[in-house]
Design a protein around this ligand. Structure first.
Ligand SMILES: Cc1cc2nc3c(=O)[nH]c(=O)nc-3n(C[C@H](O)[C@H](O)[C@H](O)COP(=O)(O)O)c2cc1C
Length: 351
């Protein structure tokens, strides 16, 4: 097998493994929550809202969306991704919410699986689509033509760079070398015409990292905090590691990241995306109150679409937002802007 074939197989097979493991194995944090359980809504008995007039719509980089929620970047670059991405795109388009594609790294290696990425825009014509590439690839690129190619491939409205240091450092044949990343990001923000977003993959983004990213021109930050899918766990399962270690639960809980990164809103204008273990409307509402502009979810949506199909997954997302609506009513908020002004109470301040 020559080098190129080896690389083709490696990336594509890894993508298949990731889907399989996320669907069939327990790859979640096992001694850390995303933090939402530590907060309570400040029930507002004197609500004067008409429940039926509550508006759940929001905006994402200027475009109106049905709910402040997006389907996180997941897959592409393998045969299994064709149907999954097509179905996820139908869901996003039908509801009217943004959708991300999985890492487009494989699309730079050859054209065998370009279809698995393109299928997203083909099925999601009227909602924002987010392209995706890893920090390791950004660091090794010498010019930005490849990124422009990836943007065109999915007709992206925004490009996402994922920071996955913890995953790279435990991954067999990982690429834990992000040298020069910030400079490359800075250059990229100046050379592309769409917003650049940075996300983690489940270990969270702290205030210091967020500030560095914003200073280098990033316009959106998805904290992708700890408490949901653990990508070190995925890699441990992939390696068949006999011993799990502390890195299984590595990362900053989602709520902590939202609160910390939100402090930067005083100085910077950016979109704050909250994800990492979000599974229901109550967590979504809490994330928005803590400072998020929009929320996101990955593995729970993948599991639902594969196990339950398109219609049920659409209904599950609508159901999450029925609960957001009820929370809004009980907090006296008639739209998302007003919800974001509500407050949460920490457990220790109640009991
Ligand atoms: C099957 C699968 C593949 C993923 N691949 C990518 C990827 O290629 N790029 C990326 O930025 N994030 C990727 N993620 C990470 C998610 O976008 C998300 O940040 C992470 O899983 C935490 O969210 P969750 O707890 O809702 O799953 C993937 C997630 C899943 C479940």
């Amino acid at each position: 097998m020559n080098y190129l074939e080896d690389k083709i197989n490696t990336t594509s097979e890894r993508k298949k493994d990731h889907i399989d493991l996320c669907l069939n194995e327990s790859v979640v944090f096992n001694n850390k929550t995303n933090g939402f359980d530590k907060y309570h809504f400040d029930h507002f008995a004197a609500t004067e809202i008409d429940y039926n007039e509550i508006d759940l719509s929001s905006k994402f980089f200027g475009k109106k969306i049905t709910y402040p929620f997006l389907i996180s970047c997941m897959t592409g670059g393998t045969d299994e991704a064709n149907a999954i991405n097509a179905n996820l795109a139908v869901i996003a388009n039908e509801i009217g919410i943004p959708i991300g594609v999985g890492s487009q790294r494989q699309a730079l290696e050859n054209s065998s699986f370009h279809k698995s990425y393109k299928v997203i825009r083909q099925n999601a014509k009227s909602v924002p689509v987010l392209g995706n590439i890893g920090a390791a690839q950004i660091s090794e690129l010498n010019h930005n033509d490849s990124i422009k190619f990836l943007i065109d491939l999915v007709e992206a409205d925004a490009m996402v760079i994922h920071l996955n240091a913890a995953q790279e450092v435990v991954q067999e044949k990982g690429e834990p070398n992000f040298k020069g990343l910030l400079k490359k990001i800075n250059k990229l923000t100046k050379e592309i015409s769409i917003p650049l977003i940075v996300k983690e993959v489940g270990a969270g983004i702290n205030k210091k990292s967020a500030k560095l990213l914003l200073d280098n021109g990033i316009r959106g930050i998805d904290v992708a905090g700890a408490g949901g899918t653990s990508w070190t766990a995925v890699e441990f399962k992939r390696n068949n590691s006999p011993n799990e270690n502390e890195l299984w639960n590595w990362g900053l809980p989602t709520t902590y990241c939202i609160k910390e990164v939100n402090k930067l809103k005083k100085k910077y204008y950016f979109t704050l995306i909250a994800s990492g273990g979000i599974t229901n409307g109550f967590e979504i509402a809490k994330a928005l109150i803590l400072g998020a502009d929009i929320t996101a979810s990955a593995r729970p949506i993948l599991i639902s679409v594969v196990n339950n199909g398109i219609e049920k997954t659409i209904n599950e997302i609508h159901y999450m937002f029925e609960n957001v609506k009820k929370v809004m009513y009980l907090n006296g908020a008639s739209n998302i802007k007003e919800l974001k002004k509500c407050r949460l109470i920490k457990t220790e301040d109640i009991y």
